[in-house]
Design a protein around this ligand. Sequence first.
Ligand code: AMP
Length: 114
Amino acid sequence: MSETIFAKIARGEVPADILYEDADVVAFRDVSPQAPTHVLVIPRKPLATLNDALPEDAELLGKLLLAAAKVAAAEGIAESGYRTVINCNAGAGQTVFHLHVHLLGGRPLQWPPG
Ligand code: AMP
């Protein structure tokens, strides 16, 4: 896959408001927040989309969700509620082709989404 800005954020080459990071994942605030809390959780491994994840990535995918839950707790939205979203490919609205989980919360969220 071609290099994305998220890969550069993961390497510390582009600034971001990082809330959590470990050896496998990085979480940072979305520059165009759609809710009071809008955080992106990415793997350091540059998977373009969820379609590119392999069986060997199963643990990594779990780590993304666990990191999202950890950030949600730190943001104080674990109990009020939050949503995690993975947009896969253009038809679902994916614009940055480095796998990421959106963590959204801090306001009522409608269901179903548009
Ligand atoms: P998606 O449409 O699912 O690919 O989501 C991409 C998200 O990345 C959008 O919500 C953008 O606002 C966000 N975004 C793009 N560039 C940056 C950046 N440099 N730092 C933080 N968020 C970004």
